[in-house]
Ligand binder design. Structure first.
Ligand SMILES: C[S@@+](CC[C@H](N)C(=O)[O-])C[C@H]1O[C@@H](n2cnc3c(N)ncnc32)[C@H](O)[C@@H]1O
Length: 290
């Protein structure tokens, strides 16, 4: 079965039938809850009992958002599929729901959100479903708007299923260009089933950066839903430094020199062109102003 992203655009793939099938599968419910709990853990919100305002990007029918509600946080869910949001409404999830394409930016006020999660959704931005879609431009619009709406020091934790290294790199590049610091935390890196990659991003100047948390799967820690995970004896944490493109150094206009001008004039003469005679003024440096 090909990946959902290769089958149809998300708003078509997650139609009424698929949205219901997705939300009633006990396997999916369990997996998405586990991933969301881990994402919330990686958000590293202070344990002070104060509810925070969080985003759930690509919230679907609200399976991931439920974890936020269970932990007493308020949340706003974005999704492009009307059918998924209809199921979320039917389920009476506690978050506020917005029908929106994250690839067009989130359109929120600056600095108002305390953190964001996204579960199994952002890899969709790597696919061009319309002739107007340019994945890198959509990723930039998304990460730029996410960066702006977060409070300084806040985190965004985005669990994703990228198809290949190119996609992971493209996503990281867009995030770093937006100004985020952070990297990828991989849980159960050697397990095909339990392996999960989380992009853990921090918003703000480098002074607010904290070191990346470690991935799970060390010291024989196993994952119950994966029979291969007993082999996991190592955790993989990919750390990427913030790397905004260096400002282009000013290119100073440098003259080519008298010898070069004389040589060129000779070449032109040899070709039969009329060239002014060489004098002491040839190729002289002009003043910046008259
Ligand atoms: C696998 S579902 C995950 C839903 C939910 N996060 C969960 O854990 O159950 C992926 C969701 O991402 C949404 N999605 C994909 N591309 C999107 C886009 N460009 N903007 C907003 N949502 C998008 C899909 O509509 C779908 O509901």
């Amino acid at each position: 079965m090909p990946r959902p992203e290769l089958q149809a655009p998300p708003e078509i793939f997650y139609n009424d039938t698929e949205a219901r099938k997705y939300t009633t599968s006990s396997r999916i419910i369990e997996i998405q809850a586990k991933i969301s709990e881990r994402a919330l853990e990686l958000l590293n919100i202070p344990n002070d009992g104060v509810p925070r305002l969080l985003l759930d990007i690509g919230c679907g029918s609200g399976l991931s958002g439920e974890t936020l509600s269970e932990n007493e946080h308020h949340w706003i869910g974005f999704d492009i599929s009307q059918s998924m949001l209809d199921v979320a409404l039917e389920r009476e999830v506690e978050g506020d729901l917005l029908l929106a394409d994250m690839g067009q930016g989130l359109g929120l006020r600056p600095g108002v959100i305390d953190g964001a999660i996204s579960i199994s959704a952002i890899q969709w931005l790597c696919y061009a479903d319309k002739s107007s879609h340019e994945p890198m431009a959509r990723l930039k619009a998304f990460f730029g708007s996410l960066y702006r709406c977060l409070t300084r020091g806040a985190r965004a934790v985005l669990q994703l299923y990228s198809e290949n290294m190119n996609q992971s790199e493209m996503i990281m590049k867009a995030a770093m260009r937006a100004g985020f610091a952070g990297g990828v935390v991989v849980d159960f890196p050697h397990s095909t089933k339990a392996r999960k990659a989380y992009l853990v991003l921090t918003c703000g100047p480098s002074s607010t950066q904290t070191s990346l948390p470690k991935g799970k799967g060390e010291d024989g820690e196993t994952c119950s839903d994966d029979d291969e995970s007993d082999d996991d004896d190592e955790q993989t944490v990919g750390i990427y430094d913030r790397h905004r493109p260096a400002k282009r150094s000013k290119i100073t206009k440098k003259g080519k020199g008298k010898a070069w001008v004389l040589k060129k004039k000779n070449q032109m003469r040899n070709k039969g062109y009329t060239v002014p005679p060489d004098t002491k003024y040839t190729a002289r440096k002009r003043k910046n102003h008259f």
